[in-house]
Each structure stands twice: as structure tokens, then as C-alpha cells.
Design a binder for this molecule. Structure first.
Ligand SMILES: NC(=O)c1ccc[n+]([C@@H]2O[C@H](COP(=O)([O-])OP(=O)(O)OC[C@H]3O[C@@H](n4cnc5c(N)ncnc54)[C@H](OP(=O)(O)O)[C@@H]3O)[C@@H](O)[C@H]2O)c1
Length: 263
């Protein structure tokens, strides 16, 4: 039986084992999927002791794990973060998950003006997906100026995406503000939101954040973080299986099962 895991710290909140189980159930394979709490000081030993393993990586190890692996694929290297490991090779499937979530919701990213709230790992993965999709501009809004400048410099490596927009076609929350249990919190966004915009939250717990509830009231199209979450998991399994299993998986069915697990 294939053994899969997700590592991070803290890790009890992770829904990845449910996601792995559900996807593998769809393709008729039995697996075990476990959550492993790996502290920062234990990361190197974990990697060395699991050279033949398949696992997802979450906060706080996505960046720190890179130099500990044997190799990383091009996108993980460019983003500077790994969330999926297959036998000591690192990948980033967060950006793929975001891009596929937009496809799933029929959102075209080409030539669009986008605002990202946040400047951490999720913001980088989302920005990378926007760049790969030939968006027109990316405006970063972030609490700390220093991290904002760092991500803006990183984006500049890929071309000129600069803009300083008060409003955009697509607004994406890549901060943890509003994540369970802080259900009433909303990221600071002073621009207006209206019915011709798309508002995305990368947070998947709760199912619908206060930010999305607010955006929905304005008539904006909203996209919940669960779509990205499922699709990054599916992209990870495609890597582990060395096979594209997407067509064999019922996305809506998996979404329904996960929705029941979410607060
Ligand atoms: N759906 C998915 O599959 C998926 C995948 C990956 C991540 N995510 C979500 O993405 C979120 C961010 O993850 P990450 O890995 O990017 O984290 P991260 O690297 O720690 O970055 C967090 C970002 O949020 C900002 N931030 C944190 N707390 C804030 C607050 N109270 N007020 C304003 N800004 C705040 C930080 O600003 P400073 O720079 O000022 O500290 C930073 O820019 C998580 O909530 C996670 O749920 C979802």
C-alpha cells in the first residue's frame, strides 16, 4: 500500500490526508496518508530519513526544505518554495492549483489586472500562475513594506507587471486573515469591490471567508480557496503517480466530501 504524508508544524489542522484519501479512492487505489508534525529543527533529519517517500509540505517548511532536497523542478526553483516532494525531488503545485482553479471557474487570466493581498509563499505561487497565464499587471498590497519590496523585485525578474491600482479585474487574498478560528476578520483592502470583479481567497477553512462574503454582497464573482486546495493536491498526485489522473477524478464529489470536513 502506498504511504503518503503531509509535513508541517503545527499540522493538526491539515485536511491533506482527507484529500489524498478521496482522490485515491476515486482512482481505486488504497493508500495511507498521515500528518506528521516536523519542527524546524527536525526537518533535515526527516528529509534524510524519508528519501523514497512522497509527501506534501506546508508551513513553515516550504522554503527551508529546498536546499535539503536532491533537486527541485523549474517552477519550484523559480518560486523558491516546495509543497510537494517525490523521492527527494521538490515541486510547487500551489501555483498549478491556483491556475487550475481559475480554469475550473472559467476565469481568464490573460491580460487581466490583478491585486494580490500578501507577499508570502502563497502570494508568490499565485503571482507565478498569473505571470505564466500572461496577466497584464500585478499590484502587491502587504502589511510590511520590506516583504512587499522583496516580492516586487522577484516579480520584476519575469517582466514588467508593475501597476499601482486602486481597483483591478481580479483581487486575490493570499494572507491568512480570516482563517479559522478568526472568522470575522477581513484583510485590509481599501479599494472598491464591484460586480465586474472577481475576488479569490486562498484560505479554504472556513469554506467562505468574511472577505468573500463581503465581496459576494457587491455582486462580485467569488472563488473559494478549496478549489485551489483540491487542485494542488491533484497536481501533487499526478507527480507521485507519474500519470495525469485528472480525468479519472470527480472534482465536484471530492469538493463535497471536503466541504463536510471544513468548519
Ligand atoms: N488553498 C490552497 O491550496 C493554499 C495553498 C497555500 C496557501 N494557502 C493560504 O495562503 C495563506 C498564506 O500562506 P503563506 O504560505 O503565503 O503564508 P506566509 O508566507 O506566512 O505569508 C503570509 C502573508 O500574509 C501577511 N499577513 C499575515 N498575517 C497578517 C495580518 N494579521 N494582517 C495583514 N497581513 C498579514 C504577511 O504579511 P507580512 O509580510 O507583513 O508578515 C505575509 O505577506 C494561508 O492562510 C493559507 O491558507 C492556501
Amino acid at each position: 500500500m502506498k504511504k503518503i504524508s503531509v509535513i508541517g508544524s503545527p499540522i493538526e489542522h491539515s485536511l491533506s490526508p482527507y484529500l489524498h484519501q478521496e482522490i485515491y479512492k476515486e482512482i481505486g487505489e488504497k493508500i495511507t496518508s498521515t500528518k506528521i508534525d516536523v519542527s524546524k529543527s527536525e526537518l533535515r533529519t526527516f528529509v534524510n530519513n524519508h528519501k523514497n517517500d512522497f509527501y506534501n509540505v506546508t508551513i513553515p517548511h516550504k522554503e527551508k526544505i529546498l536546499p535539503l532536497l536532491e533537486s527541485v523542478d523549474v517552477s519550484a526553483d523559480q518560486i523558491g518554495a516546495v509543497n510537494c516532494v517525490a523521492k527527494l525531488k521538490g515541486y510547487n503545485t500551489d501555483w498549478m492549483g491556483f491556475k487550475k482553479a481559475m480554469d475550473e471557474n472559467s476565469i481568464k487570466l490573460k491580460n487581466k489586472n490583478c491585486i494580490i493581498l500578501g507577499a508570502g509563499g502563497a502570494a508568490r505561487a499565485v503571482a507565478y500562475a498569473l505571470i505564466k497565464s500572461e496577466c497584464n499587471s500585478i499590484t502587491i498590497l502587504n502589511r510590511s513594506e520590506k516583504r512587499k519590496q522583496t516580492i516586487c523585485k522577484w516579480i520584476d525578474r519575469f517582466g514588467n507587471y508593475s501597476a499601482n491600482l486602486a481597483a483591478a479585474d481580479i483581487i486575490i487574498n493570499c494572507t491568512p486573515v480570516g482563517m479559522w478560528p478568526n472568522l470575522e476578520d477581513r484583510p485590509v483592502y481599501t479599494g472598491t469591490i464591484s460586480s465586474n470583479q472577481v475576488v479569490v481567497d486562498t484560505i479554504y477553512n472556513p469554506y467562505e471567508t468574511a472577505f468573500l462574503k463581503y465581496a459576494k454582497k457587491t455582486g462580485a464573482k467569488i472563488i473559494r480557496g478549496i478549489d485551489m486546495f483540491i487542485l494542488q493536491g491533484l497536481a501533487s498526485i499526478n507527480i507521485w503517480e507519474k500519470n495525469d489522473i485528472t480525468q479519472r477524478v470527480n472534482f465536484k464529489k471530492i469538493k463535497k466530501v471536503l466541504e463536510e470536513k471544513i468548519c
